[in-house]
Design a protein around this ligand. Structure first.
Ligand code: EPU
Length: 349
């Protein structure tokens, strides 16, 4: 079986995580065909090893080495299905680069994911945290996810409703490690209304001369805004937003608002979402630097690895940030990326 599965040993994972922290996989497999997933799982089971399925590595922190089998999801492929009038379904293999898929769809004249340009990572990882930006979330266009359920040993085609999406949340995130996503389907349309309401995007487009924006202009605007505010992981290793924007109760919000009338807040069906970046910024963390890790100087929500920092150093900094926000505002921040190879943030005392 090992011949059929080109398993490598002691592979450095630095190039496979966007925080660029050092970690070693005891075994490593580049997986290009979904048919081999069950073989890979049996290979690991026979050796009593855990298996970690890895996409672009842009939303996780390696707290240490991984003593089992790391499977890098490299299943490629994109095609259109059910082209009916203005609408069509884009089918993406889990290993497709997300941003390239956005450009491909947008340049083909289809709308729906243009606001999600330049989000790092793969198509297969996109449903896990229900990626979102500039007023759009993946679940707005996703119709189904093909996945292998490691618990039941069954292949599933999960509809959007079955995926249980929420803000940076899904069935896949709540059951980390259980489902191996191999393919996603997005329903796009040539006539879908553009989502231009997010403040940064609205201001940027208003600053451009002339005509009504089309989807490509929106994607380009999003790219320009992201490049201005967020570090490029190729140059400054990071994992995007490190914390979720917390949703607090109406009563807690009213109390906080009295003391901080300028605090950005977004009403939700239950409670109020407040800007984690603002809370962190107010505690003086923006641009903070420890020896090797720090906080981005243009977006306080993004932790960065300046120079060979470890996952533990990143997590220690995150714990200090979380504690200072808790002390000052009484709000408990929740980490957005997953943690593998060791413990995550310590429990709140
Ligand atoms: N703000 C500060 N200080 C900062 C940064 C922002 O006070 O250092 C304030 C801003 O002025 C604004 C508010 O915080 O009033 C929100 O900031 P922003 O619009 O930049 O968005 P965000 O809530 O910090 C979220 C997503 C991003 C996404 C942007 C744009 C989360 C956790 N993050 O950030 O997603 O790109 O909105 O839609 O929801 C990611 O998930 O990795 C990510 C980058």
């Amino acid at each position: 079986m090992k011949d059929r599965l080109p398993v490598q040993e002691q592979v450095d994972l630095q190039a496979f995580n966007s925080l660029h922290v050092a970690a070693t996989a005891r075994y490593f497999l580049e997986l290009r065909e979904s048919e081999l997933i069950e073989d890979a799982l049996s290979w690991a089971r026979e050796r009593n090893l855990d298996t970690l399925f890895l996409g672009g590595g842009s939303n996780l922190v390696f707290a240490g080495d991984f003593p089992g089998l790391v499977v890098h999801m490299a299943i490629r492929g994109r095609h259109w299905e059910q082209i009916e009038g203005d609408a069509a379904t884009l089918v993406l293999g889990a290993g497709e680069n997300w941003h390239e898929a956005v450009l491909y769809a947008t340049r083909s004249g289809y709308r729906g994911i243009e606001n999600l340009a330049l989000i790092p990572g793969t198509a297969g990882a996109a449903p896990v945290q229900n990626i979102g930006a500039y007023g759009v979330e993946l679940c707005d266009t996703l119709v189904s996810v093909t996945a292998f359920d490691r618990e039941s040993g069954q292949w599933l085609c999960l509809s959007r409703d079955q995926c249980g999406f929420g803000y940076r949340d899904s069935l896949f995130k709540r059951n980390a490690g259980r489902y191996v996503i191999t393919e996603i389907r997005l329903r796009l349309s040539r006539r879908k209304p553009l989502q231009l309401g997010y403040r940064d995007l609205e201001e940027y487009l208003a600053s451009l001369p002339g005509r009504d924006p089309d989807a490509l202009m929106v994607a380009e605007a999003v790219m320009a805004i992201r490049r201005r505010k967020l570090p490029d992981p190729q140059q400054i290793p990071n994992a995007g937003s490190f914390f979720k924007n917390p949703v607090i109760s109406d009563a807690d919000y009213e109390q906080l608002k009295e003391r901080h009338p300028d605090m950005p807040a977004y009403p939700q069906p239950h409670g109020v979402k407040v800007a984690a970046a603002w809370l962190i910024d107010q505690c003086g963390w923006k641009g903070h630097r420890d020896q090797r890790v720090g906080v981005h100087n243009r977006q306080a929500l993004v932790l960065i690895n300046h120079a060979g920092g470890s996952g533990r150093e990143i997590l220690e900094l995150a714990a200090r940030i979380r504690e200072s926000v808790r002390k000052r505002f009484g709000v408990i921040l929740e980490m957005e990326p997953g943690v593998v190879g060791g413990a995550g943030l310590p429990p709140i005392a």
